[in-house]
Write a protein that binds this ligand. Structure first.
Ligand code: PEP
Ligand code: MG
Length: 886
């Protein structure tokens, strides 16, 4: 079977469509070679070999080895160099390339093929001994770290000592002789740690590096990244082996990374960093501070070091032409790696650039304006979940700020929290409920879990394309990178900045949009949702079939949701209203009452309050549908659980403490989630639901009379399991409606429906539909009851469950399509078969999850309902779902 594919020299086996086979990097290298760009020749070992490698016990199958050697000969032909040759050696890079990019997850080895002989050949062939020895020491360092798994600090220390001895601060201050000595030191480090010398045979080096790439697919950090990003384990990675070109050949050489548009703001301006006389990893590792690509960017930052536009105008012009060509070719913003070898430009990688939500919006909208993509494509391009970043507050511009440091605005958004100096502590503190700002000198892939747990990330070193910046943008965490003024003392557990000391645990605020770091908490303001956001949402709405409602119970939440485009309320949970201080005593008196008369007296007090609640919501929603759910939780939730609270309740209600205690004991349940709750309350205490129904209808009549607009309340019954429960409850609701209409001389349309949140209800949806005008799938309880997993306790064990692939995602976040989803599908079908015009919606947390929304679109539900801040996400996801389907 063909497993190795070549590219370069004006040809390519494959193209950009073959990401599954060649990985993202391999497919794009083939594509670029195919369209005639200067790509160093190379070979790609297919992703399918990753599994074969593991099956073969961690070695490359023989036939794949043979194909690699065959293609290596092809690379030798194109470059006119020879692998392992003592006079004119071919050097290669070995890199990973999964289907989607996994920043920092997989490892890279450069300059492979160097040994004690070939280094001399390279020195002679290039006429540059310093370059050859610099390349060799880099190779030993990377190979030692990635393949031999030695501690990279040992190498870094040796390099620092060499610089100190010489009295220089930059790597470039070391000459060929210094580097030769450093290589000898590195060799000693390897031999000491390993008990055997550094491998001198280039083929042994090659197989080792290929193995390490495949091996790193299963590293802890790669697994963590995949889990956080829903990337399946079985995809595997490809391996790219490519002829080296050298950015460290002197001052006419350079290396850089660039985005064709600004990845933070989306502005249509080339954006990137480069370093003269350097190799690729120098830019991303944050070891040397990179220089700007364009003159404009340099001037804006007030930097002195020449931009590439100024230092290398001819190559820069060619680079610009390549950027335009690649953008037009891929019709998307590109993230490009390039190297200039002695004034010749090579493109080493291109891929769709990761971007902030803000940039994604702007780029999509701009590209429609530029005629590059259609409106529908723009809608498909913006990751709905990432919109979350835009919908959250930013720092109040008027707030007083005590700025203690400044860095680069690496990932937007503002966050406050306690300073934590390492990732393990960050995770622990976050789990304990603290909001955490992770503060590091620089981050590495080992920090992924800490970055994920943190609200924000602050680093002392590294540019806009450093690990911290790239990963934080991907995760949607605010990040300030390269705050050079701070220094971290890991022993004393403090951060010092400008003569001030911040202790671990002190609170700071970071603003990832400006790069400011402030002491204490700084107030925030709501985001501005006009401009590009509004335009894209309009386009989304044109393509959307599903309606989007919100789960809200306060007038304020209703207002926010309407601003975000909610088309009604899908779930108004009335229990939250019962906790209001003005009425909790009446609620408790109702619960503690020992007979119907006692309950009715207390409920009479609550009636005007509930009526006012509903009237205000009807006013805010101005004619949009409002689904109000009758009381759901078990009554003991409204009672105190300690002696102090008990005494307070006794005093407030005027009841003896003994009675209060007795009632609390009577109401105690072993499994409250499966106990006396939902419509079971309405069946046993009909007066509670009667009061609520009366309040709903009286409020509806009042607001209809006030405004002259139609008010159509939808009364929803929770936790129904049998048709009879709904039949009885509906009869009681209808009786209240009739009584209110008779008393006020007004009638209005209303609906009575039920939640489908128990498996029995889903199975008997046909019978239940006979008494319902709508179903709303309560997928929180339906997931809990179908899986038999408590929604309040699942977090303790769901992590390993998802990691082991038992559930593909947390089923309380994204609907379990095979199980819960099947019940929803079945209930929708059975319900509609009895009542074709039955209105169907979903109001569990899944109503705001893009994958679940896609599932709902597939079932042809009428609407999804989600929390106010997720409404725009749901609108976009609903449009994307419709476009995908249609
Ligand atoms: C549900 O169970 O999905 C639901 C929306 O109701 P609650 O979360 O209030 O139980
Ligand atoms: Mg529920």
């Amino acid at each position: 079977m063909k497993s190795v594919f070549r590219f370069g020299g004006g040809t390519a086996e494959g193209d950009a469509t073959q990401k599954e086979l060649l990985g993202g990097k391999g497919a794009n290298l083939a594509e670029m070679a195919g369209i005639g760009l200067a790509v160093p020749p190379g070979l790609t070992i297919a992703t399918s070999v990753c599994a074969a490698y593991y099956d073969a016990g961690g070695r490359l199958p023989d036939d794949v080895q043979a194909q690699v050697l065959d293609s290596l000969a092809f690379i030798e032909g194109v470059t006119a160099k020879k692998f392992g040759d003592a006079t004119n050696p071919l050097l290669v890079s070995v890199r990973s390339g999964a289907r989607v990019s996994m920043p920092g997850m997989m490892d890279t080895v450069l300059n492979l093929g160097l040994n004690d002989q070939t280094v001399e050949g390279l020195a002679a062939a290039s006429g540059n001994a310093r370059f050859a020895w610099d390349s060799y020491r880099r190779f030993i360092q990377m190979y030692g770290d990635v393949v031999l798994e030695l501690d990279h600090y040992a190498f870094e220390d040796a390099l620092e000592i060499a610089k100190e001895d010489k009295g220089v601060t930059q790597d470039t201050g070391l000459d060929a002789d210094d580097l030769r000595k450093l290589v000898a030191r590195y060799m000693a480090i390897v031999e000491q740690a390993l008990g055997r010398p550094f491998p001198q045979d280039p083929h042994e080096q090659l197989w080792g590096a290929i193995g390490a790439v495949f091996g790193s697919w299963r590293s802890d950090r790669a697994r963590t990244y995949r889990r956080l990003n829903d990337i399946p384990e079985n995809w595997g990675t490809a391996v790219n082996v490519q002829a080296m070109v050298f950015g460290n050949l002197g001052d006419t050489s350079a290396t850089g990374v660039a985005f064709t548009r600004d990845p933070s703001t989306g502005e249509h301006a080339w954006y990137g960093e480069y370093l003269i006389n350097a190799q690729g990893e120098d830019v991303v590792a944050g070891i040397r501070t990179p220089q700007y690509l364009t003159k404009a960017a340099r001037e804006k930052a007030g930097a002195k070091a020449a931009s590439m536009e100024e230092a290398m105008p001819v190559v820069f012009a060619e680079l610009g032409r390549t950027f335009d060509l690649l953008e037009r070719h891929y019709r998307d913003m590109q993230d490009i790696e390039f190297t200039v070898e002695d004034n010749r430009l090579y493109i080493l990688q291109t891929r769709s650039g990761k971007r902030t939500a803000k940039a994604a919006l702007r780029i999509a909208v701009d590209m429609v304006g530029e005629g590059l993509i259609t409106e529908a494509e723009a809608v498909k391009r913006v990751d709905a979940s990432a919109m979350d970043q835009l919908l959250h507050p930013t720092l109040d511009p008027k707030a007083v700020r005590d700025i203690i440091a400044r860095g680069l605005p690496a990932s937007p958004g503002a966050a406050s929290g306690i300073v934590v100096l390492d990732s393990d502590s960050a995770e622990i503190r976050a789990l304990a409920g603290d909001s955490v700002i992770l503060v590091r000198t620089e981050t590495s892939p080992e920090d992924i879990h800490g970055m994920h747990a943190a609200r924000g990330i602050l680093t002392a070193r590294g540019g806009m394309t450093s690990h911290a910046a790239v990963v934080a943008r991907g995760m949607g965490r605010p990040c300030v990178s390269g705050a050079g003024g701070i220094s971290i003392d890991l022993v004393g557990r403090t951060v010092s900045t400008g003569g001030r000391i911040v202790k671990e645990g002190d609170r700071i605020t970071i603003d990832g949009a400006t790069g400011d770091v402030m002491l204490g908490d700084v107030p925030t303001v709501e985001p501005d949702l006009s401009g590009d956001f509004g335009i894209l949402m309009e386009w989304a709405d044109k393509h959307r079939r599903l309606k989007v409602r919100t789960n809200a119970e306060t007038p304020e939440d209703c207002r926010v949701a309407r601003q975000f485009g909610a088309e009604g309320i899908g779930l108004c949970r009335t229990e939250h209203m019962f906790f209001e201080p003005s009425r909790i005593t009446a609620v408790r008196r109702m619960i503690l009452a020992e007979d119907t008369a006692g309950r009715e007296a207390a409920l009479a007090e609550l009636l005007p309050e509930q009526r006012a609640d509903f009237a205000e919501i009807f006013r805010v929603m101005a004619g949009l549908p409002v689904t109000i759910r009758l009381l759901d939780p078990p009554l003991h939730e409204f009672l105190p659980h300690d002696d102090e609270g008990l005494a307070d309740v006794a005093a407030a209600t005027g009841l003896p403490e003994t009675l209060v205690r007795r009632r609390i004991n009577e109401l105690h349940e072993f499994n409250p989630m499966l106990g006396h709750r939902g419509c079971r309350l309405g069946i046993t205490y009909p007066e509670i639901y009667a009061m609520q129904a009366r309040a709903i209808f009286e409020a509806a009549v009042k607001v209809a009379q006030e405004t002259g607009a139609a008010v159509v309340p939808e009364v929803m019954v929770p936790l129904v399991a049998t048709a009879k429960e709904l039949e009885l409850t509906k009869a009681a609701i209808d009786a209240e409606a009739a009584a209110v209409f008779a008393a006020t001389g007004t009638t209005l349309d209303y609906l009575v429906g039920t939640m489908i949140e128990l498996p029995r209800a889903a199975l008997r949806a046909g019978d239940i539909a006979a008494h319902a005008q709508f179903f709303s799938f309560g997928t929180n309880d339906l997931t809990q009851t179908t899986l038999g997993i408590s929604r309040d306790d699942s977090a303790r064990f769901m992590g390993p469950y998802v990691e082991k692939g038992i559930y593909p995602k947390d089923p309380f976040v994204s609907i379990d399509e095979d199980g819960v989803g099947e019940l929803v599908a079945l209930a929708a079908e059975r319900g509609r078969s009895v009542k074709p015009d039955l209105k169907l919606g979903i109001c569990g947390e899944h109503g705001g999850d893009p994958a679940s929304i896609l599932f709902c679109e597939g079932l042809g539900l009428d609407y999804v309902s989600c929390s106010p801040y997720r409404v725009p996400i749901a609108r976009l996801a609903a449009a994307q779902a419709a476009l995908k389907k249609g």
